[in-house]
Design a protein around this ligand. Structure first.
Ligand code: ATP
Length: 552
């Protein structure tokens, strides 16, 4: 659920648990090295997973066909992105893993796939029409628009006498970049005031939403460098559209800004058609649209994105929700780790006070240290019975539940874990970004977990002009294609082919060599991360991959 206030990251008991528990990896079977295929030095240095900067990520995504700017031939369209061949696979695998984990493998959660455009009254009842807004400020000179809670100002105060000589104003980033920008502006300000070299106090940043009118008259716009910002105003983030042929205000409808409301309005339908009893959950994956004021940081904040949400309905009572809330936090964390997210980059952010919606009992975010700073990856909220109550009032249909054990009737409360597919994809790419050395040579590769790797394996005949090698390899390739997205690569030296596979994060290289065809010795399977090679009999290739990819 939308919470627009800047929040403090509180590291509590849970953060300690995050950093001490080892990341789970999909069950790769580790076996001793056997005959290695020539072409790769065997000296392998432990890989280091380094934090790339955003430019590295954006350019890697473009080069490797993961993510492209949308409508690029028309110079792009801010806040929209297209997924290329590898990105489409990655996203599909993320969604499948989530659905499997939270729907298929649970008896108490069922799925829905609701329409994107609901009856507009839905948004009146949910509060989105009146309250789904972000504060924005405009720069009168450059006409650029900013989210007022994403730009920060600070007075520039002289150390010697506490005199305020002006203000600096910077866009949200990590502490280092914000201070660097602010120092640059302060230096220019001191020069302008003939105070070059004067020492200043450390910056005490505040969100621009907190600025008074008097302060605003002095705060420089991050775009023009002059005090040209308007006072903050609310801007509704819902995209409007029209339904039907007539062009009048009665036809206005909205592209959903979240998938959750499609779950609430189907509560009675699901309850009446499934055999679920409370506690139970309804899950949905789908597109959501928000006319973000400043879409930023690549796919982290875009205007069209996908969400994976569950509404988990529970009995009312202040002693009931904490246990369910904790369980969903634990399960969410375990799920993220199972996809290979780096535990050392994850944290918790507990919303308190102003950061909590008025109806919410609690909300805790799982955060991720992106290259541009630590930010919300997903939220897990205890939402009380706000939504079902609102829709009961708005629709006149009672969205309640009759407990046939206790003979009680009540409007259920709910826990809502909400996760963005695209934001998760970005966290996965950042976690996978790795480099190491093989035989003294630097290697850059993507350490995708086999479960979500876009390409699961590449099949390599040792030589492309030996018919027996090619036909055996082709046979393996076509069998694997029935189950997994696999690739074929028959050209170039084997070491070069390994490196090509590493660059796009293929976990396994399957090589067919002369021992395969002459000695019936099976194939070699090379593990991307350790570069270890093992010989696997032909009829064990699928079970081997299945164990490593699917876990069974
Ligand atoms: P933020 O404060 O970053 O705008 P939010 O609190 O508004 O996020 P929610 O409404 O709780 O986000 O949405 C749930 C999840 O959906 C977020 O945790 C995030 O993973 C994803 N999400 C929300 N907005 C966007 C967006 N504009 N682009 C990509 N993913 C998003």
């Amino acid at each position: 659920m939308k919470i627009t206030t800047m929040l403090f990251v509180l590291y509590g008991r849970q953060a300690a648990a995050f950093s001490t528990r080892m990341a789970r990896t999909a069950g790769v079977v580790s076996r001793p090295m056997a005959t290695a295929v020539d072409g790769e030095a065997t000296q392998h240095e432990e890989s280091i997973t380094k934090m790339p900067d955003m430019e590295d990520i954006v350019s890697l995504c473009k080069r490797r066909g993961i993510i492209f700017p949308s409508s690029e031939i028309y110079n792009g369209f801010a806040g929209f992105y297209d997924y290329g061949p590898l990105g489409a696979e990655l996203k599909k695998n993320i969604k499948e893993a989530w659905w499997k984990n939270f729907v298929t493998q649970r008896e108490d959660v069922v799925g829905v796939d609701s329409s994107i455009i609901h009856n507009p009254t839905t948004w009146k009842s949910s509060g989105h029409l009146d309250g789904f807004s972000d504060p924005m400020v405009d720069c009168k000179e450059t006409k650029l628009r900013f989210r007022a809670d994403q730009i920060f100002y600070a007075p520039v105060i002289l150390e010697e006498n506490g005199e305020r000589v002006g203000y600096v104003c910077v866009q949200e980033g990590n502490d280092e970049t914000m201070v660097k920008d602010a120092k640059k502006q302060a230096k220019a300000l001191l020069k302008e005031k003939d105070m070059k070299g004067s020492k200043i106090e450390a910056f005490a940043f505040k969100e621009v939403v907190e600025a008074t009118e008097e302060e605003m008259a002095e705060i420089p716009s991050p775009a023009s460098g002059k005090p040209t910002l308007t006072m903050p105003r609310d801007f509704n983030l819902m995209f409007e559209t029209r339904v039907g042929a007539a062009v009048d205000s009665d036809n206005i409808a909205y592209l959903r800004p979240e998938t959750a409301q499609g779950i609430f309005i189907n509560f009675k339908n699901v309850l009446g058609s499934s055999r679920q009893k409370i506690p139970f959950g309804i899950a949905q994956i789908g597109k959501a649209f928000r006319n973000e004021i400043t879409p930023r940081n690549f796919i982290f904040r875009s205007r069209e994105f996908e969400q994976m949400e569950v509404e988990y309905f529970i009995p009312p009572g202040d002693d009931v929700w904490p246990e369910f809330h904790q369980k969903w936090m634990d399960d969410s964390k375990d799920f993220l780790l199972s996809l290979g997210l780096r535990e050392d980059l994850m944290g918790w952010d507990v919303h308190e006070g102003d950061g909590l919606a008025h109806y919410a009992r609690a909300c805790t975010d799982i955060t991720f240290k992106f290259p541009f700073g630590e930010q919300e990856l997903m939220g897990i909220a205890a939402r009380g019975n706000y939504d079902l109550t609102q829709h009961t009032e708005g629709s006149g249909k009672t969205l309640d539940y009759f407990d046939d054990q206790t003979k009680e009737k009540y409007i259920p409360h709910c826990i809502e874990p909400s996760l963005g597919v695209d934001r998760l994809a970005l966290a996965i790419i950042c976690s996978a970004y790795a480099e190491d050395e093989i035989g003294g040579e630097k290697r850059n590769f993507l350490k995708f977990s086999p479960k979500i790797a876009p390409i699961k394996a590449v099949v390599l005949p040792l030589l492309k002009n030996k018919e027996a090698l090619v036909s055996t390899a082709r046979d393996i390739f076509e069998k694997l294609q029935q189950r997994y997205n696999v690739a074929w690569d028959a050209t170039g030296a084997i070491g070069r082919r390994y490196r090509r596979a590493d660059e796009v994060g293929v976990p396994f290289c399957i090589t067919v060599d002369f021992e395969t065809i002459e000695d019936d010795a099976g194939v070699t399977i090379r593990d991307r991360d350790s570069t270890e090679q093992i010989r696997v009999p032909l009829d064990e290739v699928i079970p081997y991959l299945s164990k490593a990819i699917d876990g069974y």
